[in-house]
Ligand binder design. Structure first.
Ligand SMILES: Cc1ncc(COP(=O)(O)OP(=O)(O)O)c(N)n1
Ligand SMILES: Cc1ncsc1CCOP(=O)(O)O
Ligand SMILES: [Mg+2]
Length: 429
């Protein structure tokens, strides 16, 4: 956002010190919510830009400033070699999103079907950034935005690497918009879209809580306060970092903690989880889950039976049950569980006297189960790929304790495991 002539001049002076070959300007003159953020006079100082991105209300100012009545001391768009992308996403009542690309010579219409969503906040900035990144990689202007509709057929016949390049920025935004369309964050008329495709789709159910989505089991972070204490952080800090690193569900497994402290920690973690659309479960303690209105609980074979938990929590909450055998998996399904935690897959120091069932034991449970399964026990970034590679359709992810929380940086470890899981997923698909 460059709200004044003075700020644009400072930016220009700084840019002059570097060998900049292209500059993408998204003037952000009118916010998506309609507020005027910068006056049209700042357009006069954008002479070095190679690329303008503008949405429709801003285009009206461009028309006035650059196309219709260019003051004599200013050069026209064409002679300055400025390319313009006018974005039609804000046009009401159109079933297509139509953008106009102008390279100073030809006008091209770039049309794609509109993705209906309230989550459009940030799309303009991301589009401009993506165009800049593609230009830096060597794409032409049009390639950086999107291949012209009439060239689409030819592009379809291209090798995959080139195709990605020719459909760069607009396709990226379309994919991210599609991914983000049901995310629920905040209460305003608009929500943010998720350019990193990391947030969960969390359309709320009738009671305002999150329904269970088996894909939530992808990267399941299970806390341990002794570990977090050892590294000098609170449960809340640990949970926040895990979510930022890509954890898709959180379980508070706090074995040596006063009930009051557990409840307080659960409440503050729940706030963080809700704001990110990540479900929060409580290990063992149905009372704590009820008291803080957590999204569910996880129980084992010697904890409260799952059918009793279900009668206490009601039909909407998530219940996970630990299973080592196909028989236990069948019982958990009868009892009304939502998912199985299966392990220990590998030896672990986190849970004492825990029988290791190996990848074969995991596969046997997954093949017998009617419920989605998450693998647990001794899983880290070096072996997580081998877990997903058993390639059982019911296996939805891995649950980990020490590999995230018995380390110095939870954020780094979670990011690392997330990328390992993403790679393994693309291999087994
Ligand atoms: C996801 C997940 N799977 C298994 C367990 C183990 O639960 P349980 O057998 O009850 O053992 P404790 O965790 O209570 O010691 C789990 N917590 N989470
Ligand atoms: C709780 C639990 N249940 C089976 S193994 C296990 C411990 C998992 O911890 P880690 O990921 O540190 O091996
Ligand atoms: Mg338990």
């Amino acid at each position: 956002m460059l709200p004044s002539v003075g700020i644009v001049k400072v930016l220009r002076q700084s840019l002059a010190e570097f060998p900049i070959r292209g500059l993408v300007v998204d003037p952000v003159m009118v916010s998506t919510s309609g507020d005027v953020l910068a006056g049209p006079s700042i357009l006069t100082v954008f002479r070095y830009a190679r690329f303008f991105c503008s949405n429709v209300p801003r285009q009206l100012m461009f028309n006035a400033q650059l196309f219709k009545n260019p003051p004599p001391e200013r050069m026209s768009v064409a002679s300055q070699n400025i390319n313009v992308l006018v974005k039609g996403g804000d046009l009401p009542d159109s079933s297509d999103a139509i953008d106009i690309f102008f390279d100073g010579d030809t006008i091209l219409e770039l049309r794609s079907s509109r993705i209906k969503t309230r989550n459009t906040h940030g799309t303009g900035c991301t589009l401009a950034s993506c165009i800049a990144a593609e230009l830096a990689k060597g794409s032409s202007m049009l390639q950086a935005v999107k291949v012209h509709a009439s060239k689409r057929l030819a592009a379809n016949a291209m090798p995959r690497s080139q195709k990605q390049n020719t459909e760069a920025a607009k396709c990226f935004i379309e994919s991210a918009l599609d991914f983000s369309r049901d995310i629920v964050i905040g209460n305003g008329p608009q929500g943010p879209f998720d350019p990193l495709l990391r947030l969960k789709r969390n359309a709320r159910n009738s009671s305002g809580t999150h329904g269970f989505d088996p894909s939530d089991l992808f990267l399941y972070a299970v806390t341990d306060s002794r570990m977090n204490k050892r590294w000098g952080r609170s449960i809340t800090e640990a949970v926040k970092a895990a979510i930022e690193g890509g954890a898709t569900i959180i379980q508070l497994r706090e074995k040596n903690i006063e009930t009051l402290n557990f409840l307080e920690a659960a409440k503050s973690c729940l706030e963080i989880c809700r704001s990110h659309g990540v479900p929060l479960l409580i290990n063992d303690r149905i009372d704590v889950a009820l008291a803080c209105d957590a999204d569910g609980v996880h129980v084992g074979q010697s904890d409260m039976p799952a059918h009793v938990v279900r009668s206490l929590l009601g039909p909407e909450k998530i219940i996970g049950v630990s299973c080592k055998t196909p028989e236990q998996a069948e019982q958990a399904w009868i009892d009304g569980a939502n998912y199985l935690g299966c392990g220990g897959v590998f030896p672990t120091n986190t849970k004492a006297n825990n029988l290791t069932i190996g990848l074969d034991g995991l596969k046997a449970v997954c093949l017998a189960s009617k419920l989605p399964v998450v693998a647990i026990g001794g899983i880290d970034a070096t072996n997580a790929g081998s877990v997903l590679e058993i390639n059982a359709p019911k296996l939805k992810g891995v649950a980990v304790v020490s590999t995230l929380f018995d380390r110095e940086c939870v954020l780094t470890e979670t990011r690392n495991l997330h990328s390992v899981l993403m790679e393994a997923t693309s291999r087994v698909r």
